[in-house]
Ligand binder design. Structure first.
Ligand code: GLN
Length: 496
């Protein structure tokens, strides 16, 4: 049956692939519809920093059904996707959401981009983000805030703000983001999507603008759990060009995704849900998942997670220390924008003073301070010890259970422009950064809606147990329907 062009936006990644294979539409149909929808939504949402109209159309024109691999081999042949703008694209501007990289054109593709291209994906452009991935609202971008397609008065969350928004408004069926302390899972939850932060070292970081190198992971944002697994399976695996990439053998997760949770032991901390600042709807969403997995044959265990309250302090020291080191390379000599001063030091300071935004400067100062002699032991070393406690506690806990459930965030998205203080913003990451500190995988997935906005839940598992997370989320997904999702809405009238 032919599919009306306006309906492409609501197709899942799997449905898109099936339609291409069946000949219901071509890559050019999809790319044309994607670009038209993006053009209409962008003035209101601002999800994209740079669009590659010409490149995407040319790639689509070269596509033919013969390019689809035979059999069940996973592929993305002919599917439009978007990438967070800290994932390098050869010959195509990559800004990391910063003025300092406003003209930066990388000479190579990130390892994950190589994999997507090899699988046949068509990259339509680069998605907006908080500058250098520092932020939880999407408002810290040098290219303006991204608005939430569910309600444009609200933030999308961050830092993968544009990746979430462009998938949520139906511009593309899938996007890649990065997650250092929650930046995939939090915007996924605020936009009604599924977002995976894999085991540290599972997905290559090669060619990704670094924030906290010991915490960063690339991962997929999609509308369904199966789509997420499909994309994750394509980007995961060992990469010798990333020294922290793990050689652990990789089994695709999609093959097991329908296996359910019968026999799983799933834990949650009921006390944590009662803590101050946790919104009722977010606590109730966790309780709803507990009930659903029980019904599906899992055993539920009540545990206590006492370390959670130390996470924000320790994470923000480690992340700032690593960020201050990583960002030292942006001095106006080798990269992009330069503000020439009277001498070398003046040039450095002018370039960095004008090129970096407020939050980036704050982290560079916090990180440099915490690493300076005399303070290193009191701050960095102490935070590193807390991090070790996280890894040990969660390894122990997760050797006895298949998954732990937590809210994604304590509170729903804020109105755009209602700035939080740095500390308020940082506290919003309390539940997500746990997984980055421990190095374990964590998945955010929608569970329902409250006040017309989607509400997500997060599940964390032991190292390399991404597959358990997908099985759990897939079980829950069968009970969930999100009302009036933006990807199913018609294209707005007018545009521009
Ligand atoms: N909000 C957190 C921060 O600002 C997480 C960022 C991320 O995951 N990239 O550090």
């Amino acid at each position: 049956m032919p599919i009306a062009k306006e309906s492409y936006a609501s197709l899942t990644l799997e449905e898109t692939l099936a339609g291409l294979r069946a000949g219901s539409f071509t890559a050019s149909d999809l790319v044309g519809a994607a670009l038209a929808r993006i053009e209409r939504f962008e003035p209101a949402i601002n999800a994209m920093v740079t669009l590659d109209d010409a490149g995407a159309k040319a790639a689509a024109a070269r596509w033919s059904r013969d390019a689809i691999p035979a059999g069940d081999a996973p592929n993305l042949s002919g599917v439009p996707v978007a990438l967070k703008d800290n994932i390098m694209t050869r010959g195509f501007r990559t800004t990391c959401g910063s003025k300092i990289l406003a003209n930066f054109v990388p000479p190579y593709d990130a390892a994950t981009v190589e994999k997507l291209r090899a699988a046949g994906a068509i990259i339509v452009g680069k998605a907006n983000m908080d500058e250098f991935a520092m932020g939880s609202t999407g408002e810290n971008s040098a290219f303006g805030a991204t608005r939430n397609p569910w309600n444009p008065e609200l933030v999308t969350g961050g830092s993968s703000s544009g990746s979430a928004a462009v998938v949520a408004y139906g511009g593309v069926p899938a996007a890649l983001g990065t997650d250092t302390g929650g930046s995939i899972r939090q915007p996924a939850a605020f936009c009604g999507l599924v977002g995976m932060k894999a085991t540290y070292g599972r997905v290559s970081r090669s060619g990704v603008g670094a924030l906290g190198s010991s915490l960063d992971q690339v991962g997929p944002l999609t509308r369904t759990v199966r789509d997420n697994a499909l994309l994750y399976d394509l980007i995961a695996g060992h990469d010798p060009s990333d020294s922290t990439s793990l050689e652990q053998p990789f089994t695709p997760t999609l093959g097991e995704i329908e296996d359910g949770v019968k026999g799983f032991r799933i834990a949650y901390d009921p006390g944590l849900l009662e803590s101050e600042g946790v919104h009722r709807a977010h606590a109730d969403a966790v309780r709803a998942v507990v009930a659903m997995v029980k019904d599906a044959g899992a055993e539920v265990a009540e545990v206590s997670l006492p370390l959670v309250k130390y996470g924000v302090a320790a994470y923000y020291i480690i992340c700032a220390c690593e960020a201050s080191t990583n960002l030292a390379r942006f001095d106006g000599v080798r990269y992009s924008v330069r503000e020439t001063g009277a001498d070398m030091w003046d040039t450095y300071s002018k370039t960095r003073g004008l090129g970096f935004g407020e939050e980036v400067k704050r982290r560079i100062m916090m990180g440099s301070y915490a690493l300076s002699s005399g303070y290193y032991d009191a701050y960095y070393l102490k935070a590193a010890k807390v991090r070790r406690l996280f890894a040990t506690e969660y390894e122990k806990l997760l050797s006895g259970v298949d998954a732990v459930l937590l809210p994604v965030t304590p509170a729903p998205p804020r109105p755009i422009g209602q700035k939080c203080t740095p500390l308020e913003c940082y506290l919003g990451d309390v539940f997500t950064l746990v997984a980055n500190m421990a190095g374990i995988p964590a998945l955010a997935f929608p569970v329902g809606a409250h006040d017309g906005l989607p509400v997500g839940v997060q599940a964390m598992a032991g190292y390399f147990r991404e597959s358990a997370l997908y099985r759990l989320a897939r079980t829950v997904e069968k009970n969930v329907k999100l009302p009036d999702a933006p990807w199913a809405r018609p294209i707005p009238e007018g545009g521009k």
